[in-house]
Design a protein around this ligand. Structure first.
Ligand SMILES: C[C@@]1(CC(=O)O)c2cc3[nH]c(cc4nc(cc5[nH]c(cc(n2)[C@H]1CCC(=O)O)[C@@](C)(CC(=O)O)[C@@H]5CCC(=O)O)C(CC(=O)O)=C4CCC(=O)O)c(CCC(=O)O)c3CC(=O)O
Ligand SMILES: NC(=O)C1=CN([C@@H]2O[C@H](COP(=O)(O)OP(=O)(O)OC[C@H]3O[C@@H](n4cnc5c(N)ncnc54)[C@H](O)[C@@H]3O)[C@@H](O)[C@H]2O)C=CC1
Length: 202
């Protein structure tokens, strides 16, 4: 499998089913920046109802039909009825990406467990071997990339922009980019000053 980071803003997404699994996928999609989710399901969970009430997702209260997939960029089939999920798989166009909750082998993509902290996202996949392990690894690594790390990444983003704008020599650029992400900067209480000094000395 090939991991990617998808921009989901404004991309039409259709989720078939409205139970616990659909809810988890919808929450994950929203965390990932999705803004155009349509749910197709006769019933949905309370949390999903709340998202519909707030206008965050659209709900078509009905059973799945093939034309529900029209125009979708990404599709998730998470009903408790295997034959409906299979119909979705058969109904999708070759260029539409589908995840079938009960059929990882036939899905175009699987959903990883995701640890997020600011701009840092770490996706964990076991390729379907053990979703629970993926969830556990996510919890296990959280302490390695805490709030402090988030601040560090913000600093690195700023420092990288400055280095790319101000240094033209490719070798020097690389040395500086490596230097700012070193432990010296990670553990420093005065990164900004240290960085200015580094640029002056370059
Ligand atoms: C293949 C995959 C396809 C996909 O959904 O994309 C898939 C498939 C299936 N999951 C099943 C069960 C469970 N899934 C979870 C949890 C998560 N499942 C997620 C992903 C994936 N699940 C993809 C592979 C990911 C990978 O392995 O790397 C996570 C990571 C992301 C997410 O869903 O958002 C999310 C944790 C999120 C988090 O909290 O971080 C739990 C635990 C729990 O709920 O606490 C259980 C119960 C325990 C158990 O059964 O292990 C079943 C059996 C259904 C049945 O019993 O019939 C199938 C179907 C099958 O295996 O055939
Ligand atoms: N991939 C994953 O992470 C996991 C997948 N599963 C699989 O996902 C399936 C769904 O699990 P839950 O959400 O817990 O089930 P659930 O029973 O809570 O929800 C099923 C939903 O599907 C809807 N539905 C039923 N028939 C439909 C139709 N014809 N058209 C549209 N919607 C329809 C129902 O209204 C309900 O909202 C399970 O059958 C299981 O095989 C289960 C656990 C984890």
């Amino acid at each position: 499998m090939y991991p990617v980071m998808l921009h989901l803003c404004s991309k039409p997404i259709v989720v078939i089913g409205g139970g616990a699994v659909a809810e988890r996928k919808v929450v994950g999609l929203l965390d990932g920046g999705a803004t155009a989710i349509t749910l197709v399901s006769p019933e949905i969970t309370d949390t999903l109802r709340e998202l519909v009430r707030e206008g965050i997702v659209v709900w078509q209260q009905k059973q799945y039909e093939k034309n529900d997939l029209e125009g979708a960029f990404l599709i998730i089939a998470a009903t408790d009825c295997a034959s409906v999920n299979t119909e979705v798989l058969q109904g999708k166009a070759p260029n539409q990406l589908v995840n079938i909750a009960d059929n990882p082998g036939q899905s175009d993509f699987q959903v990883p467990a995701v640890y997020r902290n600011g701009d840092l996202s770490i996706a964990i996949s076991t390729g379907g071997a053990s979703p629970m392990l993926a969830k556990k690894i996510k919890r296990d690594i959280a302490h390695l990339f805490d709030e402090e790390y988030n601040e560090f990444i913000k600093f690195l983003s700023m420092a990288r922009q400055r280095i790319l704008a101000e240094i033209s020599d490719p070798g020097k650029k690389r040395v500086l980019l490596r230097e700012v992400m070193s432990d010296r900067f990670l553990s420093s209480g005065s990164r900004a000053e240290l960085f200015e000094e580094l640029l002056r000395r370059r």
